[in-house]
Design a protein around this ligand. Sequence first.
Ligand SMILES: Cc1ncc(COP(=O)(O)O)c(C=O)c1O
Length: 319
Amino acid sequence: MRSPLLMIPGPTNLDPQVLEALSWPSIGHTSPEFHEEFTELLYLTAKLYKTKKENVIVYSGSGTLGMEGAVASLIEPDDKVLALITGYFGERFAEIAEIYGAKVKRLVYPSGHDVNPEDVKEALEKDEYKAILVTHIETTNGVYNRVEEVAKVARRYGVLIFVDVVSSLGGAPFYFDNDGYDVAFAGSQKCIAAPPGAALIAISDRAKEFLENRRTEIKSYYFNLKRWLKVMKNPRIYLATPTIPILRATKIALKLLHKEGLENRWRRHEQMAKLVRKGLTELGLELKARRSSPTITVAKLGKPIAEKLQEYVLKSTTY
Ligand SMILES: Cc1ncc(COP(=O)(O)O)c(C=O)c1O
């Protein structure tokens, strides 16, 4: 079968060992074998987030389902939320918060500009918020936000910080515990290099306390992190049938990631990004982001060049 070289943020090409895991014989989700594998997946995910196993949740679904789980579980009607929007996915985050009844104040940046932590400080001085929503790497324009600086401000003002790490986890430095985030979520199909279909979430002890002390019931069945935390503690509890082959393949992808070494992988992405940026700049193209990410490089193209490039990529993507 034709195997295209995927030069997109994700899904990515899969290692043969990951592909093989997708074809393993079926096992039941209540079997001891699956529970053992799932528990290992949780340990590997915690290592990726640089947090403890008790602080991670993995469920079937894409990155958006991780985003919705975080919002549905931790945002209550009329909560004031500050959304830092540097592109399409930042806006999606704000929209989901509104669906769950939040009063969202948007700080919208022109495409290509990253969040200025001073703006966040100013906003928190003016008004009280429960949470900040921010995207680590905005896939649509390659913007690389200094979320660790935003987290420092959030901590100073006692505000929860939610981070979308769909395009960064595994490819760019991210220290969940050290930098003091409250919730983060990723999808399996990007820097983790697994098939799409696993949402990987980290939740802080502080956020868990909020979860326990909500004023209202969570208005969702699947997107209820309280239920999922119970399943993570004891994977024998049935909540919904997991996409077993995807979760097993994600476990193999994470094993490979940790074999390479997380820091080595971050370094590899940075080196590759530097080369891509150099090449594009030498071609006379301008980069879109003021602070370019190590995982996605976006250049400004006129329509004729974009069409030619697309034609070239389509022709040359069989290996
Ligand atoms: C930054 C970011 N957030 C959220 C999403 C949504 O993730 P998914 O498509 O896995 O639902 C994406 C997908 O590309 C993304 O790049």
